[in-house]
Ligand binder design. Sequence first.
Ligand code: BDP
Length: 746
Amino acid sequence: MSQLTQAARRCTTVLGAAALLALPTLFAAAHAADGYRLWLRYVPVHGAWLQRYRRSARELLVPGAARSPTLRAASEELERGLTGMLARPVPTEPAVTRNGAIVLGTPQSAPLLRPLHLGLRRLGRQGYVIRTLELRGRHVTVIAGNTDVGVLYGVFRFLRQMQTRQPLEPLAIASRPKIRRRVLDFWDNLNGSVERGYAGDSIWKWRELPTYLSPRYTDFARACASVGINGVVLNNVNASPWILTPLYLTKVAALAKVLRPYGIRVYLSVPFSAPITVGKLATADPLDTAVQTWWQAKVAEIYRAIPDFGGFLMKADSEGEPGPENYGRTQAQGANLLARALAPYHGIVMWRAFVYSTNPHSEDRVRQSYDIFKPLDGKFDRNVILQVKNGPLDFQPREPFHPLFGAMPHTHLMLELEITKEYLGQQTSLVYLGTLFQEALRADTWARGPGSTVARVIDGSLYGQHDTAIAGVANIGSDRNWCGSIFNQSNWYVFGRLAWNPDASARTIATQWVRMTFTNAVPFVRPVVRMMMGSREAVVDYSDPLGLASQMAGTHYGPGPWIAPSKHLPPDWSDTYYSRADAEGIGFDRTASGSDAVAQYAPHVAAKFASLKHCPENLLLWFHHVPWTYRLASGHTVWDSLVLHYVRGVVAVKRMRTTWRKLSHYVDPRRFQLTSAFLTIQVHEAEWWRDASIAYFQSISHLPLPPGVAPPPDTLKAYEAFCIPYLEGTPGAGPACPPDDAPVPR
Ligand code: BDP
């Protein structure tokens, strides 16, 4: 039982019925809101909504005996939610045909559901239906699915209905996920650190496992199930071979057991060289029979411990990781090696398309993945899913969609998003990623004419793909509030919701998250949602406007547009490589006169991106090198517009801070102050980005600032010298700069 239920139970038994009226206050005090409860706070319902649904709310009953661990989790959650929201113990009874009962189950677990026409057939193994209806002459609410996990999802959906103050009757809700595998990728190392993690250490306590199972694992699983996340890759893509040793596999099995009742399967990142490092073989060549046998035996060992193991995630031939290229083999030969070992158990390989070489003479970095994988279309086994980042570079604040989407009709493709805000201000900035994810999903590849969106590629509807998946790099750590900040929680939430339904609206999801996380008070909800919806564009404005990308410092936090290639830094790990700013202009020419990366898109899209006139302004410098004085549709020159975007980004963040400050009376002090302080950090960060970027680009353009724009307060030299030595989540042990460059506090 989680900490939350235990606390709720203690409260209700100790106090008894007489003191129930006092419960709301006690609940608030017992859970001084520190963000732990995420969007599953279940605070007491008051006011008009309760008046309206008083009858149904008062009579809610939870079925007592649940046979499977999943159904038990479902009924406990319902009890927990109702007890919290109604501020009184909710009766649990096995006989659920009384008026006002909630009947929970599958046709197998609850035979009384069998005669009802619930339309379950259309809902697959994970869908659910929620209906208010007459059952044996009683007025009941049915939450049903074809499987127990469908029922669990239905319970969370029903609770959301109450949490967001939606009608409780009549209800006729039916839903099924459009994507089968909805996976969180943890970039967690076995030593407890998290690559690009900004919320403390890893939540997986490897040393304590398998003996101690923290209740946090269960609360994590509940939160995932509440948004339909059903897969977890436990360890970093830059994988340690130790994960495949018996010592760690026992620990993985223990975690799998905790997550299983919540419908979550475990997957592992594995290194391609494991047959050498773990198996003591001389090679990891995919065509070597000893290597094949080794993987088969290892996979058999894993399935003995974890019968529902999901499969492997592989980062190969990328950023120093070993891969099939080391043996002159293709990515498909590498992927199929693992796929064949996993196939007998229905396991899959998520093979990353993030493959590139940092050779200084290699082609335009953003072309590489397409050029490597496109010729391999149709060569991957059926249980391989190619995992493609949303853009062709690397999780930048804005990128065009990856050209592999729509270009591999004979290959299973999945989308990889980054929930942790590696390039968007890390833990402190308030950036709601729903709009970024939505932009990626709605991008139209034109692969089969208009409407061939990325969402339709990955949900299987465009090419009839039989297995479908989506992954998000998790932003979860050991911080009490899970994600480093309260608003970062919304990104975990929206990832799950869009994974369930990639066509859902980022705005609607934000609204529901705000209502559940904070309050349903409209004067709070409205401005906060507005703030969230504009927040991603604000960070684009102050860091990478007009299609610029990769202008950050080496820590991926703060500006570094002056960083140039050197003996120690390959060109495509520098910033000047991407901005290509010179005396004439700025931007990367990816048209036919440049790297011709545009040609990787379908003709309609390629023509649009290649045309200076038709290229969307927010991707202009991604595709074109334009003179500083080139005039945009707005009438501004590129130079003026660049500067005005930086300025606008700062203004937007200041506005966010003002908005938030006015709302203090709607939020408990801890969450309010944390967010408020982080917004102040973000204002400084935005100013830093604006000033350093203007100082750098002005040293190249030599143009005056547009009227009314103040010059940066420091010299370019000072911005270049400013360095933050240590940053959580940045791999590599040493400081990012020597102490003689000690930054001067601003
Ligand atoms: C980059 C991150 C790096 C990851 C890499 C990846 O900086 O830490 O290992 O992506 O996706 O953005 O493999």
